[in-house]
Design a protein. Structure first.
Length: 152
């Protein structure tokens, strides 16, 4: 049973990581995208996106349509980590130097903000792929906003 869960986690991580990699591929300003990818590329368990994909599967949804929303949740989490590391002046996260220690505080803040904007880009992609009722899209965006406000 444990191996089965591990395999499912690995597969969902692969799907989400592939999506995130494409969403955060180098664009101008390149340094911002590199800084934004730093913690994501350092790893993590990807439990949040796994739960999104699992919930989709349980209600009979198409996994390919849910990947953008699962990625949005993981990107949101990493945005909060970058800002949290700045606030706490942490030196390490996931066994790598924190974003602000590598690129400085201004780039770290901007890269966290970039990730927050990418949350909405991925959410729009999810809505375009799966075509949920408008009320559901509004509810998802509302939950993202409430989470961002209440997390601090």
């Amino acid at each position: 049973m444990g191996q089965d869960i591990e395999e499912k986690l690995t597969e969902s991580s692969r799907l989400v990581d592939e999506y995130v990699k494409n969403l955060l591929k180098d664009r101008d300003p390149t340094v911002l995208y590199k800084a934004a990818r730093h913690l994501i590329e350092a790893g993590g368990k990807r439990l949040r996106p796994f739960l999104v994909l699992k919930a989709c599967s349980l209600v009979g949804g198409e996994l390919k349509d849910a990947v953008p929303l699962a990625a949005a949740i993981e990107i949101f989490h990493n945005f909060t980590l970058i800002h949290d590391d700045i606030m706490d002046n942490d030196l390490l996260r996931r066994n790598v130097s924190t974003v602000h220690k590598v690129w400085g505080i201004p780039i770290a803040i901007a890269s966290g903000d970039l990730l927050f904007a990418k949350v909405y880009e991925a959410t729009i992609d999810w809505a375009e792929r799966s075509r949920p009722p408008l009320e559901r899209v509004v509810a998802v965006v509302d939950r993202i906003n409430r989470s961002a406000i209440s997390i601090w």
